[in-house]
Write a protein that binds this ligand. Structure first.
Ligand SMILES: Cc1ncc(COP(=O)(O)O)c(C=O)c1O
Length: 462
């Protein structure tokens, strides 16, 4: 049996008539940029994410970059994220001119560990009376914790600044100044970047622990931008607000990717920012369109970052199926987990790696309803297992094989192996199994049985 990692052909065949009809309508009305399809998609996706606004842009990377810029992030600022993510997360930070700081992940959820975030911020701020002040001693230079790349030339020629910083997305007001120095710099004469934002990633479709992250960010006066590029429709139970919330609705703004393989994928590139903040939404509408709100009246230099009408039309068709597709992914995940746990009796989802003689299946905290963009298992025999599955026609992948701080792109930072031990260890052990809505029970059973077979034969070896 040959099992693809991802099946992008079947869903498009099933929706072919509707997709072709959208293409034909756009073609016959020459609707290519802006217009009804774009506005319709933005309204529908905002509704899906339970936010007031959605601004469609041409990739998840642009969505992240625009969200950061619109939130006032730029040179002199530091944005805190995780090393266990796709490089677009950190590219977006660097491209605003800000510095990247990493905190390690939680070993069970693979997402930002709020305790480590707090530990990091405690080092970066000192308490003076009732006030928190930046602790410059722990800023970039030689700290091995925060670094700046040379990508800031990509940032626009100026920056937004916020009159009030809040992590909840309420009450912000942005001003934009050309070539202005960031307000944080004037408080920081030695020009060391200061923490200004937290960028948690809802990796693999599993929401990060947002109540804790938002509370910590609020305490230190930082904004929160969510990287929801893998988490369309994922739910987080906020104990604070006593309700389930959608990924992308909890920070000041959030970024989504519609890369074809995502849970909601375009037939090409695409992305969006969701937010409840009207000012941020308006800035992003301008950033994606050369800094103009009115044609040929440019308030600042922006980008060509619009999402085209045909893609928005395609996404509207697919959005109608997203909840059903997510449910199917959840069903597939629970079947895998059930079968793999029987296949590997020594295993427990809450086991620490020391107990990991076979396979660790995804841990789902009580406050999370993930959408399983990826189904990740962890095993100490990862490479051998991947080879064995491949020999049996099963395609798997690694997300991600090299932690970001060890990538060549960041070799000039002072970060080394050992800085983020959980991410480093996990990167050696994770394996992404085939996962898509149309994956059948037979296919899941086959994959699980091959994993079981691998371990039983392996354990016979001396
Ligand atoms: C976590 C994460 N962030 C950002 C992105 C960037 O999205 P895009 O490829 O649409 O630019 C991706 C895409 O894979 C992603 O997985």
């Amino acid at each position: 049996m040959n099992i693809p990692f991802l099946d992008l052909i079947t869903p498009h065949r099933e929706l072919e008539e509707e997709l072709v009809d959208i293409f034909r309508r756009c073609l016959r009305t020459a609707s290519f940029v802006g217009g009804e399809q774009v506005q319709g998609f933005e309204q529908e996706f905002a509704q899906f994410c339970e936010t007031k606004y959605c601004v469609a842009v041409n990739s998840g990377t642009d969505a992240l970059r625009f969200a950061l810029i619109a939130a006032g992030i730029g040179p002199g600022d530091e944005v805190i994220t995780v090393p266990n993510t796709f490089i677009a997360t950190t590219e977006a930070i660097s491209q605003t001119g800000a510095s990247i700081a990493f905190v390690d992940i939680d070993e069970k959820t693979y997402n930002m560990d709020p305790n480590r975030l707090e530990d990091y911020l405690k080092k970066r701020f000192k308490v003076r009376g009732s006030r928190l002040e930046a602790n410059t001693k722990h800023a970039t230079r030689n700290s091995g914790l925060s670094f700046k790349t040379n990508a800031s030339h990509l940032a626009p020629n100026g920056s937004f600044s916020r009159k009030s910083q809040v992590a909840s997305g309420k009450g912000s007001e942005l001003t934009y100044s050309i070539n202005s120095s960031n307000p944080m710099n004037s408080r920081n004469p030695r020009n060391k970047p200061q923490p200004r934002a937290v960028l948690p990633v809802h990796l693999y479709g599993q929401p990060a622990d947002m109540d804790s992250i938002l509370e910590i960010a609020n305490k230190y006066g930082l904004i929160v931008i969510e990287d929801a590029c893998q988490a369309h429709g994922a739910l987080y139970y906020s104990s604070k607000d006593e309700r389930w919330k959608k990924a992308g609705s909890m920070g000041l703004a959030a970024a989504f990717s519609f890369y074809p393989g995502k849970n909601l994928g375009a037939c090409g590139e695409g992305g969006a920012v969701t937010t409840n903040d009207e000012t941020i939404a308006q800035k992003i509408r301008m950033l994606r369109d050369h800094g103009q709100a009115k044609k040929y009246y440019h308030d600042f230099e922006g980008y060509n970052g619009r999402l085209d009408a045909i893609q928005c039309g395609f996404l509207r068709i697919k959005l109608k199926h997203l909840s059903d597709w997510n449910e199917k992914r959840r069903h597939n995940a629970s079947l895998y987990t059930q079968l793999l746990n029987t296949a590997a009796p020594q295993h427990s989802s809450t086991a620490t790696p020391q107990h990991c003689s076979t396979v660790i299946t995804p841990y789902v905290p009580s406050w999370a309803k993930p959408v399983f963009h990826l189904y990740i298992i962890r095993t100490q025999k990862r490479d051998e297992l991947q080879k064995y599955l491949s020999e049996n026609g099963i395609n798997t992948a690694l997300h991600y094989p090299i932690p970001l701080h060890l990538q060549n792109a960041y070799k000039n930072s002072s970060l080394v192996n050992g800085n983020y031990p959980i991410t480093e260890k996990v990167s050696q052990e994770i394996l992404s199994l085939p996962m898509f809505p149309g994956l059948t029970s037979e296919q899941i059973e086959f994959v699980s049985s091959k994993i079981k077979e691998f371990y039983s034969s392996f354990s016979l070896e001396p």
